[in-house]
Design a protein around this ligand. Sequence first.
Ligand code: GCV
Length: 675
Amino acid sequence: MRVVLLFLFLTLFVPLYAEDGSRLWLSPAGEIALNASTLEIARSELAIIPLENSVIGTVGDERLYQYIPTNELQTLAEEEFLVRMVGTTLVVAGGSDRAVLYGVYRVVRDYAAGKMLGRYNLREKPSYALRLLNHWDNLDGSVERGYAGRSIWWEGDTLRTALYQAYARANASVGINGVVLNNVNASPQVLDSLHLDKVRRIADVLRPYGMRVYLSIHFSSPMILGGLSTADPLDSCVCRWWKEKVAEIYQLIPDFGGFLVKANSEGVPGPQDYGRTHADGANMLADALSPYGGVVMWRAFVYSPSEVDRAKQAYAEFVPLDGMFRRNVIVQVKNGPIDFQPREPFNPLFGAMRHTAVMPEFQITQEYLGFSNHLVFLAPLFEECLRSDTYVAGSGSTVARVTDGTLFGQDYTAIAGVANVGLDTNWCGHPFAQANWYAFGRLAWCDTLSSAQIADEWIRLTFSSDDRCVKPLSQLMMLSREAVVHYMMPMGLHHLFAFGHHYGPEPWGYIEGMRPDWMPVYYHRADSVGVGFDRTASGSNAVSQYAEPLRSLYSDINRCPITLLLWFHHVPWRYRLVTGRMLWEELCLFYQQGVDEVREMIELWQSVAPYIDSERFGQVEERLRIQLHDAVWWKDACLLYFQTFSQMPFPEGVEPSIYALEELKKIKLDMKQHN
Ligand code: GCV
């Protein structure tokens, strides 16, 4: 009881910190020595809670057995923890030091969020074994699709030890246990001795927090670094080169995680250059890594200009290879079949490869969602994908269950998020972009969590536990993903972005001689008849890659969910939808709704002013104004352009455009500002 009272007293008087955003969702850290062990870190984190007694340790620690029955302790899996309040003693037991740390962070999070610790009794283990951030950081310090400053890893020669420690702490606090340090468009030089030494030093800082390092590799490294005449995965010299390189890496970093590979995609080399398959390439690397316990994450993000429908290609290339990959190969699949759009159906590869480990890849950085200018809480997007039912093994075969080992029992389970972290003081550019990092970690830990719960936690940890703040902010966050879909590309429209920077609208985008699948007209197919990509049997037949009953559902223009209608159908402008409105009217109203939703977000933000420090209040407000401007820009650009085909006026309820189409077509963004 005393513990609870003391706890309540303290939480009521927590001061507002001066906020530059660098603290993230965490409590201020105590001093942690560089050579501190994982358990020492755990003890130091727990010290912020005024507890009468606490015992933390792994199953080998005899003290735990006074409090917890033997069978409960001895059945703890490696990353599993158990937290229990026994009398006035808080007990945290884990299957490993790392698991203890996760248990402690769980308690600290609850404490900081204002929850009661009195009746603790929980046991948790992660949904996925490998929970990774992918940094698209280049060795010159730039970040591909990064909107939060330069690379924390590669900018300059310095080893930013304190920053790496803070980074590792943030990740461990949500259970992220690995990081790919460099861009999937990899420079071969990452494997030279200079860079490997830096990787070793980074790994040393991250290790006590339970994080392993991984690297993206360039498939032609044996030629570029090793001077070989080929990178053919079946060539014995190539295999030897990789084996020796891997041995060199493990000499430096004994717990190195493995390789991430983008091959034969967007012009980068791969095994197909030698008439070999993705499996040949992946297996060659897997064989080099397997003696050390390393994995290969082989990306399925492949498409070529000759394919009639880009959305079909990954499935077509990978499904025939099912069962041919080594057990330490994991095929890494983007959430949707195109490319991290505001909304896509789930990628049909999920569930289609029962004999291969398949991992979801999400994008935390907002390449297609307004960079660090727009407030978009991505948990609903991640959740929507994870909860999508693939039906491959009957109803309930969600993307989560076909990838996390529940349904197919894969040896390796993993999930990745493309990081939104840079050298900006607040790490992520937009103060709310931190929530997307947090959300990815939480869902990687527990793939059935709800977005609303994640939002609630993050708000309490980041801003305030006062309900007058939590409720409106939660409403704002939960609205934000749907808003961006509405003002950018509702009803299943996709890839209407300006070529190159992916920030603003360019539905008219077409450049003679350019790859068709890099231009918006390829995706929306607007003409005098209607708009949308026919992916039914009468079109590209991409629907055939989905299991029944989805295939039939998506094929039927009257039953296809309205949110995906134009993804699967070319719909006549005057087509009457189930809503009773014509397609054109519905489309216009969705764009208007997006603009209105941003206005609502601004009002919600203003309503919480009394609970937010002025620094972050101002930063968010300024960005919301930009977001509103951009929402109107998107609405006007898309509707005015589509109107040239529909030849119909805006329906009632849709504001007249404030821009003229010809003016909008002239806008060319400064690429330096917009990356
Ligand atoms: C890292 C999209 C992005 C590229 C990215 C690529 C990928 O095409 O625009 O920047 O490259 O996806 O995921 O490999």
